[in-house]
Write a protein that binds this ligand. Structure first.
Ligand SMILES: C[S@@+](CC[C@H](N)C(=O)[O-])C[C@H]1O[C@@H](n2cnc3c(N)ncnc32)[C@H](O)[C@@H]1O
Length: 213
């Protein structure tokens, strides 16, 4: 699905989120420090946001080759690796920060990914997850209607890929129901503290999980 969307992916994100996705990434990037691995890096927008705040090289990981090629050609991210976020090809204790923007709800086995992230982080390192959900009341139900009724139609009409935008809406709704257990799962794999920060009324959430020093 992501291979198919590569040429329209970023433009559609900006249209459907009214450009707010740029702000979500900017906010999440403020937690980043040191050597960074960006999981589910896609076309490289998060990598580009991270490059603005990190003096270090950012390594992007995604399993979609077309997305990685776009990251290389459009955002000039030269360090990209085609790999599965659930089986990372890096040694233990390599990175200060691992990020994952809008990738978590697409993973088959998030717990496996969390274990891998914990393994490749240095002691004292942190995992920064950015993901979309439904906003707080009173906007919650209006937003749910937008997600299920408007977004798939607009996304489908512009790209002719209705199933991709139905999937986007459904995966956000599923994540909203599941977001309460993310903290527990992060603790379960060994992270000693997890901070959870809602952005823009809860339309996106940042989880900052820290590994003990
Ligand atoms: C919604 S996009 C997010 C892209 C980017 N992080 C952003 O901020 O726009 C999700 C990306 O996750 C990738 N992905 C999904 N599951 C993956 C996995 N198990 N391993 C690596 N990449 C994965 C997809 O190929 C896609 O590029």
């Amino acid at each position: 699905m992501f291979d198919r969307l590569v040429t329209v992916y970023e433009r559609m994100n900006h249209i459907l989120s009214l450009q707010i996705d740029r702000y979500w990434r900017f906010r999440a990037s403020r937690w980043v420090r040191g050597r960074v691995l960006d999981l589910c890096s896609g076309s490289g927008e998060m990598g580009a946001a991270l490059r603005r705040v990190s003096p270090h090289q950012v390594i992007g990981v995604d399993f979609s080759r077309p997305m990685l090629e776009r990251a290389r050609s459009f955002h000039r991210l030269s360090w990209v690796v085609q790999a599965d976020a659930e089986a990372l090809p890096f040694p233990d204790h390599t990175f200060d920060t691992v990020t994952c923007a809008f990738g978590l709800r697409n993973l088959k086995d998030p717990l496996r990914c969390f274990q891998e992230v914990f393994r490749v982080l240095l002691p004292g390192g942190q995992f920064v997850i950015l993901e979309m959900a439904l906003p707080h009341i009173p906007f919650r139900w209006g937003y749910a209607v937008y997600l299920t009724q408007v977004l798939p139609k607009v996304g489908g009409f512009v790209t002719s890929d209705y199933s991709a935008y139905r999937y986007l809406a459904q995966s956000i709704l599923r994540f909203d129901l599941k977001k309460g257990v993310v903290r527990e799962e992060l603790h379960c794999v060994g992270f000693h503290s997890v901070e959870v920060v809602p952005l823009v009324g809860g339309t996106a959430w940042v989880f900052i999980a820290k590994k003990e020093k």
